[in-house]
Design a protein around this ligand. Structure first.
Ligand code: PEP
Ligand code: MN
Length: 332
């Protein structure tokens, strides 16, 4: 249950009520808000007396749920808005990892050429093997920062673990919490204490309920700027790297108020299918697309097989025009 407290509840009173009802107490910019377990279905008289609004929720998908907030939340990046009342499908592209200044600068130039406003690349890579390229770390973040100032791009980069979460929050415009970090409550809570935009990728073995509850950790810590990213889940299928869960995307759109970004690159794991999947994603009316591109995918230090070369990306980007027009979206 979510309870908006009225003006008679100051910080001390709100926190005291939070303790009494075993609720999280936060301030949402307008008022103090208590969030109890969703098992509580009715407020007692003394709580009702202090409430300006009460929302009963079916499950612990609470702040992220449409029962609480029917409209999609809006993420304001200054140069563009994701979600909200826009029909924007924001294209985000760049390599899996920052590898060198030359490589990331080529990616930044591709963004400028095509009017793409958000550059992606990982500096701290959550690799499956400790013996492969782990990312350039802080040097990678500095290169991304340089591209932001030089080309006026927004930067999304991932946090791998809690040792560098402050660093990533400082450098990124959007902090990506990767599929393997989705359950890390240290990261989620830290991101919740900042006001940076946060993109949470779905763990490949996570249910939709678990996925959205990860977002609840960020939202209930006070940060409303959260997006979800479907990037494929593990199924019995082995021909593709993962399976892009478009049914899950339909569910997220129906029941949550968070913008949904799709990542076809990690889902299929092979460059050949990324363009078809991207068009399918835009046709579903999603809020953004995250696509890996590399000036020379063959020599990429991570995720080489799924990254598009620039020619492939230009063709894909152009092919989205017809889809956006048909489904009433706007590619930005
Ligand atoms: C990535 O975006 O490069 C990445 C590692 O993604 P995921 O966390 O979805 O595997
Ligand atoms: Mn990758």
């Amino acid at each position: 249950m979510i309870i908006h407290l009225n003006n008679f509840a100051d910080k001390t009173k709100a926190e005291e009520l939070g303790r009494h009802y075993e609720a999280i107490c936060m301030h949402d910019g307008k008022q103090y808000v208590l969030i109890t377990s969703s098992k509580l279905k009715e407020a007692d008289a003394s709580l009702k007396a202090l409430a300006s609004a009460i929302f009963v929720t079916d499950s612990d998908i609470q702040l992220a749920g449409k029962q609480y907030m029917p409209d999609t939340r809006s993420i304001d990046l200054g140069v563009l808005t994701i979600g909200g009342k826009t029909a924007n499908t924001v294209v985000i592209t760049g390599p899996c990892s920052v590898e060198s200044e030359e490589q990331i600068e080529q990616a930044a130039q591709l963004c400028v050429e095509l009017g793409v406003k958000v550059l992606r690349a990982g500096a701290y890579k959550p690799r499956t093997s400790p013996y492969t390229f782990q990312g350039l770390g802080l040097d990678g973040l500095k290169l991304l920062d340089k591209m932001r100032s030089k080309y006026g791009l927004k930067i999304i980069t991932e946090v791998r673990d809690s040792t560098h979460v402050d660093e990533v929050i400082e450098y990124a415009d959007i902090v990506q919490i990767g599929a393997k970090a989705m359950y890390d409550q240290g990261i989620l809570r830290k991101c919740g204490k900042s006001n940076r935009s946060i993109l949470i990728k779905r763990g490949f073995g996570s249910t939709l309920q678990e996925f959205v509850q990860a977002a609840e950790f960020v939202l209930s810590s006070g940060n409303p700027n959260v997006m979800l990213c479907e990037r494929g889940i593990r199924t019995f299928e082995t021909k593709t790297r993962f399976t892009l869960d478009l049914c899950g995307v339909a569910w997220l759109k129906q029941y949550t108020n968070l913008p949904v970004i799709l990542d076809p690159s990690h889902a299929i794991g092979y460059a050949y299918g990324v363009a078809d999947l991207s068009r399918a994603c835009v046709a579903m009316g999603v809020d953004g697309l995250l696509i890996e591109t590399h000036p020379n995918p063959k020599v990429a230090k991570s995720d080489a097989e799924q990254q598009l070369n620039f020619e492939q990306f230009r063709a894909l980007h152009k092919s989205l025009d017809a889809v956006e027009a048909t489904v009433g979206r706007k590619i930005v």
